[in-house]
Design a protein around this ligand. Structure first.
Ligand SMILES: [Zn+2]
Length: 334
C-alpha cells in the first residue's frame, strides 16, 4: 500500500489504482491502509484454500494461513471440499473483502510494473549519460592540441635518457620514450603505413626520427650528440627482400570536414631519397629494389576537425598501397 502511494506521487500509477487508492484517502487527506481483517485460518495448496480436513489439504500437508492472505495470493475455494458452501462465515468474509483484496493485489502489481518500467528507464538514461560522457572524453582527447617538442627539448630529453642507459640502444629507446610521454602522452615511435614480410613503409615525425638517429649512432658506436634533427615527417620505404614491390612514388593527401569529397589537397613533397638499391647483405647481382625516405611538412599531418590524411605508396606495377590516418592515428605521428 505505502509503496503504491509512493509510486503514485511520481505520477506513474495507472488510473484504476488511483481510484482504488482514493477509496482509502480519509478526511485528513492522507492515505490510510484499509483495515482488512485477517479472517479465519485456512489451509492452502494447489492455488486453492481448503477446509481443515479436506483430503487434498491433508494429503499435501498443506500449511495454514489467514483467509485474507490466501485471497491476496489469488487462491480460490477448493472445488473438492467447497469451503464456502460449508462455512457461511468464510463466504461472508469473501463477500465483504474479496473485491477490495483483488483491487489491492491488482494495484500492487501495477505499481510494481510501473516501478519496474521507471527503473528500466532510469537505467537506460544512466547508460546514455555514461556513453555521452565517454564520447565527450574521447572528443576532448582527440581535439586537445598535440604537444610538439622543439629540437632543444628533444635533445635535452635524449641526453637525460642517454645518461640513464649506459650507451645501450634498447635501454635508451625505452628511457627516451618514457620521458617524451611525460610531455606528450600519445608518443609511440614510428607508425606503420604498410607492413608485409616483403616491405615495410613507416611514418616518422621529428621526435621519432631523432630517436631512430640516436639509436643508429649508438649501434654504430658513434657519438649520439651528432644525431641530426629534421622538423619534417618522413615516409620511409624499407624493402625486406629483393622480391619486395618497387615503390616509385609516395603521395600524401589531406582532407578535412570543410572540404567536399574529392577535394583533398596534396601535400608538398620536400625531398626524396627513393632509389633502387641492393639490400644490405644481398648476394652480388641480386635485383635492386626501391628504398628510401620521402619527406613532407609536419603541418600536412596536423590533426584537426574531420581531418583525414591518406599516405599512398604508388607501385611501379600493381595497386597502390595506402593507409588512412584519422584523429587518434594522426596524433601518433610525432
Ligand atoms: Zn479442499
Amino acid at each position: 500500500m505505502f509503496r503504491s502511494f509512493r509510486v503514485r506521487a511520481r505520477g506513474f500509477l495507472p488510473l484504476a489504482s488511483i481510484l482504488w487508492l482514493c477509496a482509502f484517502v480519509g478526511a485528513s487527506g492522507q492515505a490510510q491502509v484499509a483495515q482488512i481483517p485477517s479472517g479465519p485460518s485456512v489451509r492452502v495448496s494447489d492455488n486453492w484454500y481448503h477446509l481443515e480436513d479436506c483430503t487434498i489439504a491433508v494429503g499435501r500437508q498443506a500449511p495454514s494461513i489467514p483467509l485474507a492472505e490466501a485471497l491476496r495470493r489469488s487462491h480460490r475455494a477448493c472445488p473438492i471440499c467447497e469451503p464456502l458452501r460449508h462455512r457461511p462465515e468464510w463466504a461472508e468474509f469473501v463477500k465483504a473483502h474479496g473485491e477490495t483484496i483483488k483491487a489491492e493485489v491488482k494495484a500492487k502489481a501495477e505499481a510494481e510494473a510501473a516501478e519496474a518500467i521507471r527503473k528500466k528507464e532510469a537505467e537506460e538514461a544512466e547508460r546514455v549519460r555514461r556513453l555521452a560522457e565517454l564520447e565527450s572524453e574521447r572528443k576532448k582527447k582527440e581535439t586537445a592540441p598535440v604537444v610538439r617538442l622543439t629540437e632543444q627539448e628533444t635533445r635535452d630529453i635524449a641526453q637525460a635518457a642517454l645518461a640513464e642507459s649506459g650507451g645501450d640502444p634498447a635501454q635508451f629507446q625505452s628511457r627516451f620514450r618514457a620521458r617524451i610521454r611525460e610531455r606528450s602522452p600519445d608518443y609511440a615511435g614510428p607508425q606503420i603505413v604498410h607492413g608485409s614480410p616483403l616491405l615495410k613503409i613507416m611514418a616518422a615525425g621529428p621526435v621519432t626520427k631523432f630517436e631512430l638517429a640516436v639509436m643508429d649512432r649508438l649501434q654504430k658506436r658513434l657519438p649520439p650528440a651528432g644525431a641530426a634533427w629534421s622538423p619534417d615527417v618522413s615516409i620511409s620505404v624499407q624493402p625486406e627482400s629483393p622480391d619486395a614491390p618497387d615503390i616509385k612514388q609516395v603521395v600524401v593527401q589531406r582532407s578535412d570536414a570543410l572540404r567536399p569529397t574529392g577535394a583533398e589537397t596534396t601535400a608538398t613533397m620536400l625531398g626524396s631519397t627513393l632509389a633502387p638499391r641492393r639490400l644490405p647483405g644481398a648476394p652480388v647481382g641480386s635485383k635492386a629494389v626501391t628504398a628510401g625516405d620521402v619527406t613532407f611538412p609536419l603541418s600536412a599531418f596536423e590533426p584537426g576537425d574531420g581531418v583525414i590524411v591518406r599516405v599512398i605508396a604508388v607501385q611501379a606495377a600493381g595497386p597502390n598501397l595506402s593507409r588512412t590516418f584519422t584523429l587518434m592515428a594522426l596524433r601518433l605521428i610525432q
